[in-house]
Each structure stands twice: as structure tokens, then as C-alpha cells.
Design a binder for this molecule. Sequence first.
Ligand code: FES
Ligand code: FES
Length: 166
Amino acid sequence: MARIELTVDGAQVSDDVEPRMLLVQYLREKLGKTGTVIGCDTSNCGACTVHLDGRSVKSCNVLAVQANGHEVTTIEGLAEPGSLHAMQEAFHECHALQCGFCTPGMIMQSVDLLNDNPNPSEDEIRNGLEGNLCRCTGYHNIVRAVQAAAAAGATTAQPAAEKVEA
Ligand code: FES
Ligand code: FES
């Protein structure tokens, strides 16, 4: 087992994990952060996307031990409890989801995209989301949502402050 200390959604966490444990497994199975989902076993779908030190990563492609000493934000820490981040609000308003399975990853990737480029073109949005697959929507409303969020000035995550010992 390996000792890790990290911040997840604003909470400091200390834990012992197997070195082979994936970050997505750690988030879901040890911390109960089931808002981050697993949609494939090939690192293709992007459903597991979270922020690691503010940048989007596919958490099925990162070991939990690699997050040691770093800050992780999941869809559950994107906004204060009981409120929605502007990107979540835009997805809701633009009907940018159907089954919702891809949505956590889409939103986390979209926030990172706007952090890099606050006013992206449609092509830049489509290119920025190319690592996130959706089986339902046809992508048009997702693009509209990102455009709406950009117009609303949506960028950085706002993790809630809280301390939890796991
Ligand atoms: S679960 Fe599909 S890319 Fe991570
Ligand atoms: S809304 Fe169903 S996979 Fe995207």
C-alpha cells in the first residue's frame, strides 16, 4: 500500500491505496464520488474527466498515487453545494444532455477549454471536446451550451472548502 495525501473537491484527504489503483477507482470506490463515471476501458470516452491542479485529465488514465500532493476537482466540487456552476447551468438551459452519462466529463472538459480560451469558435469547441464521446445528443446542443457558458464568463472551478479524513 502507498500513502497518499491530496485535496479532492476542496477537502484534504489522506489514504492508503494500492499502487495500481486508478484515480477514477479511488474517487468512486474510496471517496464515493460517483459523479465521475467510467464509460469505457480504452481511455477513449472522456466520461471520467476531472481536473488535476486545474487541468482536465481522464481519471482512468491516472493512478491514484500520481495525484499525491495534488488538487483534484470532480463534477461534485465544481460549484458550491446546492448551486450550479455556470457551465452546468448552460448544459441545463441548452438541453445539452439526454442520458447524462457523458455529461460530467463533458462539463469538466468544457470548463478547462474555456480556461484556455474564454471565447472559442465553434470549431475550437468541437476540437476541444474531441476526447469526450456522447452517444445521445449529436453534440449540437453541447456546443451551444459551451457557447452560452462562454458568453456568461464561465471558467474556473469553485471547489467547496471542507476537511475530510478518509
Ligand atoms: S472511462 Fe472512458 S476515458 Fe476514462
Ligand atoms: S447524453 Fe447520453 S452519452 Fe451524452
